[in-house]
Design a protein around this ligand. Structure first.
Ligand code: AMO
Length: 447
């Protein structure tokens, strides 16, 4: 890889990558060669005509080779993959990490078409059309290295703390979140639905005696909106644990995971993130601020913004206002909004013992956008059935789920968190499309 060249002494090297730019000057040609690890400058003293030995009339072999390389470079298209050999000379004056190679051979492995379909100023939609080319950009590459580090840190935390990894099915017979956002698929003689969340199955692990589980997997929502934070398919980070007292235990787990992920990202990529995104990643302090939703609404109202529907969640503007308050008051980018009204929470959320209009639940906001929902679950089956009916759900349809609670189950809770939202907000990006390998939305099923 190109980055390994920095550790080598000056001398002969061989390296492969794609052609980023070519500067074809009369006497000298420069290529910026890139791979996923970095870039180097290739130099070729141009020979525009092969010189001939005047006595024998034969081509001078060296000059003929140089002539052939010169010709090849003159027609080399941006994006072509090449393998070269040459003499490495580290020179601090050269940009791109001071790596310069004087070319000896050039092998054109695969040629790119002369016109590249996207340019630096192409719009997001066009870039999405040509995502594989868009991803060659060092910024894009860094996003996915950050994602790898973040998920690895979460996984390490879970494994170190005796959580079990599960893979739950993505084909289901019923909805787990809302009927409105459900993808229906033909399933032999009948129909199936794409899982909106691993909710029911991560809960199943509790009566199964697993104690603590996690899953990183796809979730599907037939959400027709075109906002910057919604996809029809997204990666959901889920965890669930037994023997909690209430949602406070879930929030503690949640913030420890965030700290583990952000610490790893900052340690490994902090400098590159500043360089390429001009963003300083902050590892949040714990505990994160916690504000009951009703109080959050009061706070934003006092600051001149009335959330349009009194019985609803904060709207995006309300979220921004509460984030501003949290930043000023606690110097924090995260806030847990807690104790949501049961009227706006799913049937499976545990309600307050002394006030069933409220739930033991929370949303986690990061820089003013929801990244996560978590809750203690109702584990008493008779209460669960009543709550389902109250929400207009048919207990018959939920039969398999309700059975989980009929043979002994510990108190439990957990959360689901959208991976792309975390990355978007961490890197100050305008849309989850920027940080999703291949985005899926109402009008995008390709590439
Ligand atoms: P919820 O529906 O709030 O909760 O989803 C949890 C988190 O998943 C992400 N998310 C999305 N990301 C991109 N596009 C979407 N359409 C989308 N929908 C949701 C968000 C959101 O905060 N079962 C519960 C979680 C739980 O209680 O454990 C659930 O799915 O980041």
């Amino acid at each position: 890889m190109i980055k390994d060249l920095s550790a080598l002494a000056d001398g002969p090297v061989s390296v492969s990558g794609w052609v980023d730019t070519v500067r074809d000057q009369k006497k000298v040609q420069f290529i910026v060669l890139r791979d996923e690890s970095g870039a180097a400058q290739l130099v070729n003293p141009a020979v525009r005509e092969p010189s001939v030995d005047l006595q024998t009339g034969a081509d001078d072999a060296a000059s003929a080779d140089r002539f052939a390389i010169t010709e090849a470079i003159s027609t080399l298209a941006h994006g072509s993959f090449i393998t070269v050999t040459g003499q490495l000379k580290k020179d601090e004056r050269v940009k791109l990490g001071g790596l310069e190679i004087k070319l000896e051979t050039l092998d054109l492995v695969t040629e790119a078409l002369p016109e590249t379909p996207i340019a630096a100023d192409s719009g997001l939609d066009k870039r999405m059309d040509w995502r594989f080319l868009d991803l060659r950009h060092p910024k894009q590459n860094l996003i996915f290295r950050i994602q790898t580090t973040f998920l690895h840190a979460l996984r390490t935390y879970w494994v170190d703390n005796d959580f079990i990894e599960i893979q739950t099915p993505k084909l289901m017979a019923s909805a787990s979140e809302s009927r409105a956002e459900l993808f229906e698929v033909e399933y032999f003689e009948g129909k199936a639905y794409l899982a909106q969340s691993p909710q029911f199955y991560k809960q199943m692990a509790q009566p199964a005696g697993f104690g603590k589980v996690f899953e990183i997997g796809p979730a599907f929502r037939a959400d027709p909106s075109f906002t910057s934070r919604h996809a029809t398919e997204f990666t959901s980070i889920d965890s669930e644990l037994s023997w909690i007292d209430d949602h406070e235990d879930v929030m503690r787990l949640h913030e420890e995971l965030i700290v583990a992920g952000f610490t790893a990202v900052k340690e490994k990529h902090g400098a590159e993130i500043v360089e390429l995104f001009d963003v300083e990643v902050t590892v949040p302090s714990t505990p994160f601020p916690r504000i009951p939703l009703a109080e959050a609404k009061r706070i934003v109202a006092e600051r001149g913004y009335e959330v349009p529907r009194a019985d609803a969640d904060l709207d995006p503007e309300g979220e921004r206002r509460i984030a501003a308050y949290v930043a000023e008051t606690f110097e924090h980018e995260f806030v847990f909004l807690t104790d949501y009204a049961s009227s706006i929470r799913p049937f499976y959320h545990m309600r307050h013992a002394n006030d069933p209009s409220l739930t033991n639940s929370y949303d986690l906001l990061f820089n003013g956008t929801e990244i996560s929902t978590g809750a203690q679950r109702e584990h008493r089956v008779e209460v669960l059935v009543e709550q389902a009916k109250e929400k207009g759900l048919d207990p018959e349809e939920l039969g398999f789920y309700l059975d989980f609670f009929r043979y002994g189950v510990p108190p439990h809770g957990g959360f689901g968190m959208g991976l792309a939202r975390v990355l978007m907000l961490m890197l100050h990006q305008a849309s989850i499309r920027e940080v999703t390998y291949l985005f899926r939305g109402p009008t995008r099923l390709e590439p």
